[in-house]
Design a protein around this ligand. Structure first.
Ligand SMILES: [Zn+2]
Length: 561
């Protein structure tokens, strides 16, 4: 052996014996890394915000010095921090500052919540709430139009305050007469393109506004908020971010993919990121009109550990619950309707071109089989125009109901299916009503078929539509069991390992972040969750009892139970 080689060998050996100490060592755990090169380990070492080594207890002991914080994992399951692949971060925080209508068992209880709120509100102050869902109530409202309530009771409960209550899906609202007055709504107001004002048999608006029609009310709300000072707006947002952050960290979510923020909100996040005031890593889709995107997109590409912006959000259709999802064939329970296209195809096509030109992903909300088919057509055409760009990772948000012919197209076009397991189990009880048995079986929440066809499926909660908690969502992915105890087409279940991957490495991949997140691999960010139960092996029913013991972001323990 020549001398140089001997020296190199010696220095490598001594390198092992005297490694630079770690700041944090986790040991004595059942570490599942989601890294195929080393799927399981007992211990890991973190320096700064980065994982430096993963291995056996003995191997990692070498990294412990007096200055090292050592956590005994007590054999608990330790996995990469959950990445919520689709949610609404600010809305999550804001929803905690509004009436939570999801707890109401029926329309009467909602009216009561509003009546109580009205006694506390100042004159003219808007009363806001979210989370109602007519299909989850224990009885139908009386009177009702197609199962939807009529505003009268609400108008009586709050005669002096505009009331605006958002549906759980975010795709419709109910307003009282004061709010409709503020929005200038009358019998003569026409339905806007892509929306519907629900009316009684005399043509009078009943207070329910579907899809783009809800903008009539939101515009009025926005107008009323114009008098707020920038400081008031900022402090409300600050509070919302604090609440959302706290909730995410308590539930083990270390990264959050925000499904649509304006440039203004992104500016606010930018400021927080610069001041290192973001506790959860955000990856944000821009939700703006094309004319705004044309001029500003190039300036808004941000890549950072706390904040990344490299995607655009658009919508092709509405939600299934509100008959807004765009279907190839009519609704089983509303034969005169196939749902609706909410953004003209030419506009989405233009958005796709803008995204590609500026190096952004495009993420399109698509629920119904026609919505999904048409967006895949748009993607196919746009991607075909740029054959030199191979790795664009365009996404379909929800991909909820697919025609069997379109399922293989995700893999073929390398389009990511950004799905929400928990939507399946929470929508499940009424999906067959909307779609009938055949369509439900063939293509509703068909993640097994997508995975088998080679597609990348990522997972999220769409919070605040659903709870941001990964545990019930993970349970939904692997059981498809609904609250009523029945499983919604259980043949479409994921395996436990697939579900973990969908919530970590696949979500990172869906954001071009697999080099820094999604697995416990040396060189990646030390975003880690320790759970009380082993969700990869316990019986199905025990998954839901699992609690988060530690949440670690960038090597810092930010939550411990
Ligand atoms: Zn969403």
């Amino acid at each position: 052996m020549r001398p140089l080689r001997v020296i190199l060998l010696l220095s490598m050996l001594s390198g092992c014996a005297h490694v630079q100490p770690a700041d944090l060592v986790l040991k004595n755990g059942r570490i599942v890394t989601v890294d195929e090169k080393k799927p399981e380990a007992r211990a890991l070492a973190v320096r700064g915000d980065t994982i430096v080594a993963v291995g056996s207890d003995a191997e990692i002991d070498a990294y412990i010095a007096d200055s090292t914080k050592v956590v005994d994992l007590d054999g608990k399951l330790t996995i990469p921090g959950f990445i919520d692949g689709h949610g609404h971060f600010l809305s999550l925080g804001l929803s905690r500052m509004r009436l939570n209508l999801a707890v109401a068992k029926n329309w009467e209880e909602i009216v009561e919540q509003v009546r109580v709120a009205a006694t506390k509100a100042g004159p003219g102050e808007w009363i806001l709430g979210r989370g109602w869902h007519q299909d989850k109530w224990d009885k139908k409202p009386e009177p009702n139009i197609e199962g939807l309530p009529i505003h009268n009771a609400l108008s009586q409960a709050a005669p002096d305050n505009p009331v605006l209550l958002e549906h759980a899906s975010g795709h419709s609202v109910i307003a009282n007469s004061k709010a409709m007055q503020a929005a200038g709504i009358s019998k003569k107001t026409p339905d806007p393109a892509g929306g519907k004002i629900v009316r009684d048999d005399q043509g009078r608006p009943i207070g329910v506004f579907l899809e783009t029609a809800e903008d009539l009310l939101y515009d009025a709300l926005e107008k009323s908020q114009k008098s707020r000072t920038p400081d008031q707006i900022e402090s409300e947002r600050q509070k919302a971010v604090e609440l959302a952050t706290k909730e995410c960290l308590e539930k083990g979510v270390t990264s959050f993919q925000d499904a649509g923020s304006t440039f203004e909100v992104i500016d606010f996040y930018k400021k927080l990121a610069a001041e290192e005031k973001l506790g959860v890593r955000l990856w944000v889709m821009i939700a703006e009109e094309n004319d705004q995107l044309e001029t500003k997109l190039a300036d808004y590409q941000i890549t950072g550990k706390l904040l990344t912006v490299r995607a655009v959000k658009t919508y092709i259709d509405g939600a299934l619950g509100a008959h807004g999802a765009w279907l190839l064939e009519p609704y089983s329970d509303l034969p005169e309707s196939t749902g609706m296209l909410v953004t003209p195809v030419e506009l989405i096509t233009r958005t796709a071109q803008l995204a590609i030109k500026n190096g952004f992903q495009l993420c399109t909300h698509a629920i119904g089989d026609k919505g999904n088919r048409v967006i895949l057509d748009i993607y196919e055409k746009a991607l075909g125009e740029y054959p030199e760009k191979q790795d664009l990772r365009f996404r379909v948000e929800h991909a909820q109901h697919l025609h069997p012919d379109d399922i293989p197209r995700f893999s073929k076009l390398k389009v990511i299916a950004s799905m929400q397991g928990i939507h399946c189990t929470s929508d499940g009880p009424w999906v067959e009503k909307r779609l009938g048995k055949k369509r439900s079986k063939e293509g509703a929440y068909a993640w097994r078929k997508l995975i088998d066809s080679g597609a990348i499926v990522s997972n999220g909660t769409d919070t605040p539509v659903e709870d941001v908690d990964p545990i019930p969502n993970f349970h939904a992915l692997v059981t498809r069991r609904m609250k009523n105890g029945k499983a919604f087409y259980p043949e479409q279940r994921m395996t436990r390992q697939e579900a973990l991957r969908a919530y970590t490495l696949n979500a990172a991949y869906a954001a071009f972040e697999e080099d820094i997140k999604g697995s416990l691999t040396p060189g990646k960010l030390a975003d880690i969750v320790v759970l009380s139960g082993d969700i990869l092996t316990v019986p199905d029913e025990e998954i839901l009892k699992t609690e988060v013991l530690y949440t670690i972001v960038g090597g810092k323990v930010v939550y411990s139970r």
